[in-house]
Design a protein around this ligand. Structure first.
Ligand SMILES: Nc1ncnc2c1ncn2[C@@H]1O[C@H](COP(=O)(O)OP(=O)(O)O)[C@@H](O)[C@H]1O
Ligand SMILES: [Mg+2]
Length: 137
């Protein structure tokens, strides 16, 4: 199974989601391979080179070479789950990674706007009986 964590925005939690999922799935006993397509190599810095979890491997790939890299890693690591972490830019690799995935997760940062006021103010010419008018009649 291939899971792509995708968004054309940076800083929304793609690498965090990838690392958390990879750790959780590996600790459940699945063989997990993480493909890092971000040239910043965030997720491979977090997970690579450490004994983060058994059955967890990480590789850094050239976004232009994703299809061949996936085939190579599938043959080498034989993962139950492959997670793809992409860079926060729109590029062809995003399209390819989403097309190759069985599941795509799109993290989104919450809006910082305040929720709309529950009271709607406005003008009303004839408020109906029992209703409250919050506007200027
Ligand atoms: N669910 C979350 N809640 C709060 N902060 C988060 C969450 N997910 C990620 N972050 C923080 O947001 C920042 C960007 O996360 P990151 O996973 O690197 O984003 P991306 O890979 O999309 O660029 C990091 O500082 C990370 O710790
Ligand atoms: Mg990232």
């Amino acid at each position: 199974m291939i899971i792509t964590v995708a968004s054309s925005k940076g800083g929304v939690g793609k690498s965090t989601t990838t690392a958390a999922l990879a750790g959780a799935l590996a600790h459940q006993g699945r063989r997990v391979h993480v493909v890092d397509l971000d040239s910043n190599q965030t997720v491979s810095r977090w997970l690579g080179g450490q004994n983060f979890a058994p059955r967890l491997t990480v590789s850094v790939a050239d976004p232009q070479d994703l299809t061949a890299h996936l085939a190579e890693m599938a043959a080498k690591s034989k993962p139950d789950v492959t997670l793809i972490d992409i860079a926060g830019t729109y590029e062809r690799a995003l399209t390819v990674a989403v097309a190759r995935a069985n599941l795509t997760i799109i993290p989104a940062a919450p809006s910082s706007r305040r929720p709309a006021s529950p009271v709607i103010s406005g003008r009303c010419s004839r408020p109906s009986a029992g209703s409250r008018c919050s506007g200027s009649c």
